[in-house]
Each structure stands twice: as structure tokens, then as C-alpha cells.
Design a protein around this ligand. Structure first.
Ligand SMILES: *Cc1c(COP(=O)(O)O)cnc(C)c1O
Length: 367
């Protein structure tokens, strides 16, 4: 079986170092809010080439904390609206609704899978406070008009950078394009911990300080609680693992780009729509997502031929039972995407033989 993502093989590359640092954390007797988390935050700031990094418990919390901080700072309030792509992973929207803000779902562009920039302005009301861009599948969602639009309407731009660490737009890392960004280091992400963890990056120092305080029970000074905060801290052991893996992020992304290039050049099948080729810096290929009108048949065919695939995502969030109030929205492109997408195997450790086999099997798929 060709695995969708071979986590075991990815982490095996670093196993000696990972075991070494785990032993050091165990022996240290210090498991939270320590040197390793500080080192990770500095490492992330260096990778990002600027900004303030705050290590937190997971990617969802990273996004939740950004809105919570804006609320504490008086810049947003209950009922305010946030524009967000309708085809994102549910975490983006949970971060909004958890703070009692209203998600305004906007359709994506079918070619990029990202927010359709042309549809944003007409959805802005007097209650709109922010646009959340999601660099979905690892492709940058940004342009100069978006920046100008946000400035014109005095909106914050929050980046969901869970899938796109390492990408750049005009040389700037995603996560440093907007006002603040959420990162996830879920094991399957391009920089994966060995458990849950995440981070926020924020340009503004005051915002960063508020997020750091909120993530630690709303307390900047022990037993003094300024806000009703959360417990959302990165473990020292996860920080230690991430410190081992962080220096290899760009190298692993380069492997992903090679696989994506090979797929794009060689998968020739009229029944399959490939993702667009963009400049290297604008895509980190967290997922390689194709479309076909016969998605379920293609997935079965690939499974029968020993190729494991996944669907990102099978049910759009406006059709989920947790969002009954959104269930009657009509979002045809989003619905089409959820019916047609299939994610091909994509790991930095795939062998040349595996990559070639995926291509050969796909070429032979007939409707
Ligand atoms: C993974 C992911 C998240 C959430 O990250 P967790 O660490 O799993 O909480 C948020 N948004 C997107 C787009 C993601 O892919």
C-alpha cells in the first residue's frame, strides 16, 4: 500500500534526536512554560523573519485566541462578522463562532480552492471586523487588492496558516502577511509535533501580549488573573520535538514541490482536473488535491490498486449538524468541491518508485 502520508517514515528520519530530547525533558523535571518553548518561539520568529510568536496547545486554540484577544482589547464584540471561505476546514469557523462572532461564508475560486477575492467586498457590512484567509492545501491566499480592501474598510486580516507554514507571497512568509495568524503542528501538518500543538504569530506587540496572557489562564503574573482565559500552552516535550524538526521544514517542502511537479507534468487523464501550477514560493503542497466528477469511483479504483487517498473534506461545514443555522445556505461551488476532490499521496519521504506508480495507475483510470 502506498500511504497517503507516511508519518512513521517522516519521523524515523529524526528518531535518534527525538528520543534524545524526550529523555532530556523527562529528566529535566520541567514540563511547561520552560526554555524549550521559548527556544521554539524564537525559532519560529526566525523562520518567519519577524513578528511575535506565541506557542499554544493546538491550531484551533491559536485561531480562537486571536479573536478572543481582539474582543478583550475592545476591537471586536459579540455579533460582529468575520468573512471566511466556505470550503475551509471546520476549525477556521469554530474559532469564530466559539467567540460568538458571526461567520460570513464566501465561495472559493474553483481554480485556486481559495477565497474568491471578487466576492468579498459585497459581503462587507457595518458589522464586519475581519477577513480570515485560509491558505488551503498549502497555497497562498493573498493579493495586493485584498490588502487594500481591508485597509479601506478598516478590517483585520487573520490568516489560518495551519496548512501553509513555509509558503511566501512576494518573499514574505504566510503568517506575516496579515495582522495575526494561527499555525497548527498537528502530527500530519507540514511541521508536525508528536501530538497536539500550535502557535500564533502577531505583528502588534500589544495583541501578542494579550494572546500570551489569555493562553495562560488570563494571567501574566502568577495568581493574578486579568482576563477569563484558557489553558492553552505548548508542552515542553512537544516544543523539544519541534525544535528538532523546525530546521528541516524548507527541505521537506522542497521534496513536496518535487512530487507536485512530477504529478502535474505526468498525470495525463482527461477525467482528472489537476491543481494549478503556481510559483514555488506560493505553494507548500500540504495536500495535492485533484478533482473529478467520478470521485468515489476513482478513490475505490486507487484503493484496489494499493494507493491510499483521503478527501479534504467530505461534508461542507454549512451542511454539518453542528451548524443548523447555516444548513440552508446555498453555496454551489463549495458543494461541488466537496463532491469532487480527492487528495493524492503526498509525503516528503515518498520514493521515486511510489510517485511513478501513483502516476501510472492514475493515467489508466477510465470513467
Ligand atoms: C489543522 C487545521 C486547523 C486546526 O489545527 P489543530 O492543531 O488540529 O487544532 C485549523 N485550520 C486548518 C485549515 C487546518 O488544516
Amino acid at each position: 500500500m502506498i500511504k497517503f502520508l507516511d508519518l512513521q517514515k517522516i519521523n524515523a528520519q529524526y528518531a535518534d534526536e527525538l528520543k534524545q530530547v524526550a529523555a532530556e525533558v523527562i529528566d529535566s523535571g520541567w514540563y511547561l512554560l520552560g526554555e524549550r518553548v521559548k527556544q521554539f518561539e524564537s525559532g519560529l520568529e526566525a523562520l518567519q523573519e519577524g513578528g511575535n510568536a506565541i506557542a499554544v496547545a493546538n491550531g484551533l486554540d491559536a485561531l480562537r485566541l486571536i479573536f478572543k484577544a481582539y474582543i478583550e482589547l475592545g476591537l471586536m464584540q459579540e455579533g460582529d462578522e468575520v468573512i471566511v471561505p466556505a470550503n475551509t476546514y471546520i476549525a477556521s469557523v469554530l474559532a469564530i463562532t466559539d467567540n460568538k462572532l458571526a461567520p460570513i461564508l464566501v465561495e472559493p475560486d474553483l481554480n485556486t480552492f481559495n477565497l474568491d477575492f471578487n466576492l468579498i467586498e459585497s459581503r462587507i457590512t457595518s458589522k464586519t471586523k475581519a477577513i480570515m484567509v485560509v491558505h488551503l492545501y498549502g497555497r497562498v491566499c493573498w493579493n495586493a487588492e485584498l490588502e487594500a480592501l481591508a485597509k479601506r474598510h478598516n478590517l483585520k486580516i487573520i490568516e489560518d496558516n495551519a496548512q501553509a507554514i513555509g509558503a511566501r507571497w512576494n518573499g514574505i512568509r504566510t503568517g506575516n502577511l496579515g495582522d495575526a495568524a494561527g499555525f497548527s503542528f498537528y502530527p500530519g501538518k507540514n511541521l508536525g509535533a508528536l501530538g497536539d500543538s500550535g502557535a500564533v504569530t502577531a505583528k502588534d506587540d500589544e495583541l501578542a501580549k494579550t494572546i500570551r496572557t489569555l493562553a495562560n489562564y488570563g494571567s501574566a503574573q502568577k495568581y493574578v488573573n486579568q482576563y477569563q482565559g484558557l489553558n492553552s500552552r505548548m508542552d515542553e516535550i512537544q516544543a523539544a520535538f519541534l525544535n528538532v524538526k523546525l530546521p528541516y521544514v524548507d527541505k521537506e517542502i522542497a521534496c513536496r514541490r518535487e512530487i507536485a511537479d512530477y504529478y502535474i507534468e505526468n498525470i495525463k487523464n482527461p477525467n482528472i482536473i489537476l491543481p494549478e501550477k503556481v510559483t514555488d514560493e506560493e505553494h507548500v503542497w500540504h495536500l495535492f488535491v485533484i478533482r473529478t466528477s467520478k470521485r468515489d469511483e476513482l478513490q475505490t479504483y486507487l484503493t484496489e490498486n494499493g494507493i491510499h487517498t483521503l478527501i479534504h473534506y467530505p461534508i461542507p461545514l454549512h451542511k454539518q449538524s453542528c451548524y443548523l443555522d447555516l444548513n440552508n445556505l446555498v453555496l454551489p461551488l463549495t458543494e461541488q468541491i466537496h463532491q469532487e476532490v480527492l487528495s493524492l499521496p503526498m509525503s516528503p519521504v515518498m520514493s521515486k518508485g511510489e510517485i511513478i506508480r501513483v502516476v501510472e495507475i492514475l493515467k489508466k483510470f477510465k470513467i
